[in-house]
Design a protein around this ligand. Structure first.
Ligand code: ADP
Ligand code: MG
Length: 366
């Protein structure tokens, strides 16, 4: 398995510029910094910095009010249209962290997992784009890839190889091993990669006590490393890694599409979540259902949304990412939908999801 002296990121990953990379050093809240393998040479055109108007929309406040909280000095600039004003990642990160602390307490939103026992519903697409966006906005973000198919790893960093350390290699000793196993994807975005090795988890997590602690232990360690946000991309199967994830996360995001299979996957996922919470005497995580690939012209989609609303009520996000080739287009150039170039439909929908998943719209900042 890989060592810090033998960074597993392929030279290939030098193409990646999934988030902004030029706005200065990423400061961690702890003095301990993971010895993440650096991305060798970032893409020359980083995404545009976040605009004050975008951050105001995420926070549910008027741009003028948000500008006023930033412009407290007497000589502060009073632009005609503050919404167009670029913010640094540090500025937008500080604003979002304040909102997260107000809404969720000092430990933030807690780990969020993307699960549906059906594949192809958008778990990886949502997790990857949300992680990239959160990092671009200045939140220190870690994406944990638990899927042996390693789609998130492929999307962000390229093929894992035999030397790549993955969750399987770190869960027993996350204090020692986790920091050096993370890959640095871009400023503020790190990845715990996956590979086929994670198929061996079922053999390793045989005991219920191990299942209860494995993912939780890794998440606790990530918290001590100072991440604001931890997103976990799960495989579409009920292995022990997924059971362990159920025990560890604060929120489960279940993407569904307008087909009977993914709705069945949702039902199975809810049943399993409740059964596992009972078995381990844990409070079930908060479930969030995301209707993905929404096509407003399709009657079936309207009917499915109505059914989901009836069954899952508050758990269903208002944001329903529209069906769009922009996700695949961004992925083809190893970018998030925030670019460059920005894919506007998909970017707006990912922002709407981020806002609801982090409850940023619930508590206005000053
Ligand atoms: N809103 C969307 N519109 C169009 N295509 C989408 C959308 N969301 C996901 N996709 C596509 O669907 C496919 C499966 O998505 P993926 O995220 O890999 O699913 P999962 O992780 O649940 O298996 C991918 O090709 C992805 O680009
Ligand atoms: Mg996937």
């Amino acid at each position: 398995m890989s060592t810090p002296a033998d960074p597993p990121v392929s030279a290939d990953s030098g193409q990646l510029a999934l988030t902004e990379t030029t706005s200065g050093a990423t400061s961690r809240v702890t003095s301990e910094t993971p010895s993440v393998a650096p991305t060798p040479g970032a893409h020359p055109v980083p995404p545009a910095p976040p605009l004050l108007g975008e951050v105001a929309t995420l926070l549910g406040v008027h741009p003028h009010d948000l500008a006023a909280t930033l412009d407290t000095s007497p000589g502060a600039r009073r632009g005609a249209n503050p919404a167009r004003r670029p913010l640094t990642r540090e500025q937008s990160g500080a604003l979002l962290r304040t909102a997260l602390a107000r809404r969720h307490g000092e430990h933030g939103a807690g780990p969020i997992a993307f699960i549906n026992l059906k594949g192809g519903v958008g778990k990886t697409t949502l997790a990857v784009n949300l992680a990239c966006r959160a990092a671009q906005l200045g939140l220190r973000t870690c994406l944990v890839d638990l899927d042996p198919q390693a789609s998130a790893t492929l999307a962000l960093a390229g093929e894992p190889n035999d030397e790549t350390d993955v969750f399987l290699d770190v869960w027993q000793q996350p204090d020692d091993t986790l920091p050096r196993t993370l890959w640095s994807i871009a400023d503020g975005l790190d990845l715990l990669p996956s590979s086929l090795d994670n198929t061996l988890l079922d053999g390793q997590l045989a005991h219920p006590a191990q299942q209860k602690r494995a993912v939780a232990g890794v998440c606790d360690r990530l918290a001590t490393l100072g991440y604001d946000l931890v997103l976990i991309d799960c495989p579409p199967a009920l292995g022990t890694g997924v059971i362990s994830t159920f025990c560890a996360v604060r929120q489960l995001v279940v993407p569904v599409c307008a087909d009977a299979f993914s709705l069945k996957g949702l039902r199975l996922t809810v049943d399993e979540m409740n059964a596992i919470s009972d078995t381990f005497s844990l409070r079930p995580p908060r479930m969030r259902v995301v209707f993905n690939r929404h096509d407003r012209r399709e009657r079936l989609h309207a009917d499915t949304l109505a059914e989901l609303r009836g069954r899952h009520g508050d758990a269903l996000l208002d944001a329903a990412p529209r069906v769009s080739a922009q996700y695949a287009r961004a992925l083809a150039t190893r970018r998030s939908v925030f670019g460059p170039p920005r894919q506007p439909v998909a970017a707006a929908d990912i922002d709407a999801c981020l806002r609801e998943l982090l409850d940023l719209n619930r508590e206005p900042v000053e």
